[in-house]
Design a binder for this molecule. Sequence first.
Ligand SMILES: [Fe+2]
Ligand SMILES: [Fe+2]
Length: 249
Amino acid sequence: MFVIAQISDLHFDGGPDHRRRVAAVMDYLNGRCGGPRNIDALLVTGDVADEGLPEEYREALDALSTDIPMLMTLGNHDERAAYSAVVRGDECSEPVNSALHLSGLLILALDSSIPGRSDGYIARATLDWARAQIAESGPDTDVLVSFHHPAVPVGIPFIDDRRQLDPDLLAEFVAEHPNIVGCVAGHAHTPATTTFAGRPHVIAPGVASTLNLPFEGTDIVNAAQQPGVAFHLIDDDHRLTTHFRGVPA
Ligand SMILES: [Fe+2]
Ligand SMILES: [Fe+2]
């Protein structure tokens, strides 16, 4: 069985509040390492920075220190050139995609950001890159696909107006690969589960904040909620099971 931790929407902005909330979840995750069962990977699904500034990515690199293998993808608050320059040491304005090949599991982190916009889109070139990664791993390897923008409405109008455009291309990609166990996203700042293209679609809690559902309150942010973590378990039957944890900050 594999254990993949996911955190999302860190929104580093140089201030103490978001920094404290990220530190709480990282302390929680790092405190789980070295025991009888380690966490195989940490997924950070976008909105790493609040304004896409280089200093925000330097802050993120410092705060996300961990021995857990980590993948990050970009959200609508991120900026490709600043992210790639600081995090990868190679400034680039193209979609930033990454893959982690484990024995028996492939984790894909796909860039759904659109420069200068709040909604999202996964480009054909990104999906072709993902196809090549899956082909390299082979048909018997489970695949967990991650990106920032949910591919379906989640019931929060503020987010649903900014969701992923044209998810039909992504649905075709998922349908081509029976070994995709599920898709995970962020952006909605709420722990949620739904389906997309007939597979599980899980949205991680927001670290920086949680958003209200329409019947919870009129404020966009639900200030009473703790930062959170998702733990994705992928078992020997290729089943994705997700547990959510709130972490006091
Ligand atoms: Fe966000
Ligand atoms: Fe976002």
